[in-house]
Design a protein around this ligand. Sequence first.
Ligand code: ADP
Length: 702
Amino acid sequence: MALAPALSAMQRGGCESESAAGWEAAAAEEEEEQGRVDAGGSGEPERTAREEPAKARAPAPAPAQPGAAEEGDARVLRRSPPGPSAEPAQGPWSHGKPRSRGRSCKRSSGRAADGYHFVRPVTVDSSKARTSLDALKISIRQLKWKEFPFGRRLPCDIYWHGVSFHDSDIFSGQVNKFPGMTEMVRKITLSRAVRIMQNLFPEEYNFYPRSWILPDELQLFAAQVQMVKDDDPSWKPTFIVKPDSGCQGDGIYLIKDPNDIRLSGTLQRRPAVVQEYICKPLLIDKLKFDIRLYVLLKSLEPLEIYVAKDGLSRFCTEPYQEPTPRNLRHIFMHLTNYSLNIHSGHFVHSDSTSTGSKRTFSSVLYRLSSKGVDIKKVWSDIISLVIKTVIALTPELKVFYQSDIPAGRPGPTCFQILGFDILLMKNLKPILLEVNANPSMRIEHERELSPGVFENVPSLVDEEVKVAVIRDTLRLMDPLKKKRESQSQQLEKPLARKEDPSDSDLASSSDGSSKPNPDAQLPSICLKQVFPKYAKQFNYLRLVDRMANLFIRFLGIKGTMKLGPTGFRTFIRNCKLSSSSLSMAAVDILYIDITRRWNSMTMDQRDSGMCLQAFIEAFFFLAQRKFKMLPLHEQVASLIDLCEYHLSLLDEKRLVCGRSGRLGVRPPYSGTAQEATAAALLAEGSAPPCPDRLSHSRHALS
Ligand code: ADP
């Protein structure tokens, strides 16, 4: 079948990942199961030579969070008195637990008439869950939590959104989307984020195919390909062109030559990524397949990542051959998208999880291990890939986060399930294809009754994998977990003293006591923590994260994502980066140059100023000037150290001056300590001089 025309014909209005438009597209499948492998349980990520201890960064204090009142129960049961406020104060990106809240209501454990505490069920607003609704309902039922399918007047503990963070205004609780995630994982943004990391750490980030952004880098792409061809005339590469906003294989095509890129006016309107095509994938039964792995980003600050122990493997439906001009358009041979292959006459539905065109990843691993493959190594490489990719994405996510939910203002905490699409090469090296912000959580698939007539039927393989992922995500995010655990402990005591007749009364009269703990009946959690568990091995990669912290510190105005010229100057001045060879006039020119170029490239008209990537480019430039002889990542690390050092001196100086009342002229600041610091730093140029009590340490770095 011809690739592009077939693709548009088949795009029955949507993405596999859930997008606001066209969610009716196909998204599920099936398969059987033999012996299972505890897929994620044993793999350890690769050991890397360089290890750096995690840098402790003090979270900015935020007001403690009052909890949310339980609607239905409040009418039935009198609470006397309300329990203690649920969670401790948290920093701006602290998502495991709530931060500041707007509508303050009491969230408390209940107290029955006899004074015995019980824990109310966690409340989940599922009104915007869209196609994940079925799997979510099953999960809530298994957890014995309380669903609000039409939303709720009072705040819920958890809001489950089908598409994006911006689905509605939420001022408290937890929401299953991060602001900016959809933008961050678009093909161009992901390629840019990974490229920054590839510049810094080329070997660590060689799991992502070399990519060029179209139309901006069309000439660069053609020139680089020509250069390699000139060196090696036998080189016959293949490239894959993917529209930026596409999904489910939409608009994708393969080319052998840069001249084959379809320009015809579409690139300007529809930017794309052109990427090296991985010609030698691992095959099973002669078929190409990819892996959909579910990853939970539980918290941005501190970074917490979990990987699901099982995922899905999606198979092509035409035997694979390395690309030739003749087979380039065979989508069923080259593209693994379920939404495409379901339309092939060779798509195999199955009632088990280990056969057919969609299977569990664990069944694939089981098969590979029976052939002697070291699947622990495969898992370890996959976990490394996941952690490194998240490390590439989080710096800009933080910029989005502080813009959407500024510290000190009411807002929810966030978590998100991501869908990682991974290809295994013939040599078993995992390659990242893309990251989905809204992976399909459908648990049914389409079956063709007669040509062109489809019906939806339950899909065993989808249900097995996806319900576990949603349910266990909820378990990890459970805001009442601690209370429930302490309740269980309390319950054990009366049971231990069963002999005492007065106690038996007490045990049965407390609402929760007669109910078995739902957690005890559930399977063990299918999500494995990989970060901070392996933080020591990966923290040295988090340079851009530290650059983003500097960037955010100088943003100044709440809600913005771009640095103004004054902010950039203040950054240079406060970090003592100007010198006789870098005048402030040169700094201004640097700012204008880089900012203008990035703004024209990204076509982002939201607000003017320097975006994070532009700041990173400027930072690289400054680092290269200052530390000429070092490799790039060491240049950058040295400059970050220097900036952090000077800023810590400033903070300390401010503190000392503040204590001695010398900054008393500044109006009292009502925000968090971090905001106060940022505000003070923006005004730093005029800060009164302090006795330099810190000069002894200043020389440490000079
Ligand atoms: P989409 O979001 O449209 O699904 P993907 O990036 O996932 O786009 O690509 C679609 C399919 O194309 C993948 O599932 C995979 O089978 C194939 N593919 C994508 N990129 C490559 C690549 N660099 N090398 C080999 N195959 C690829």
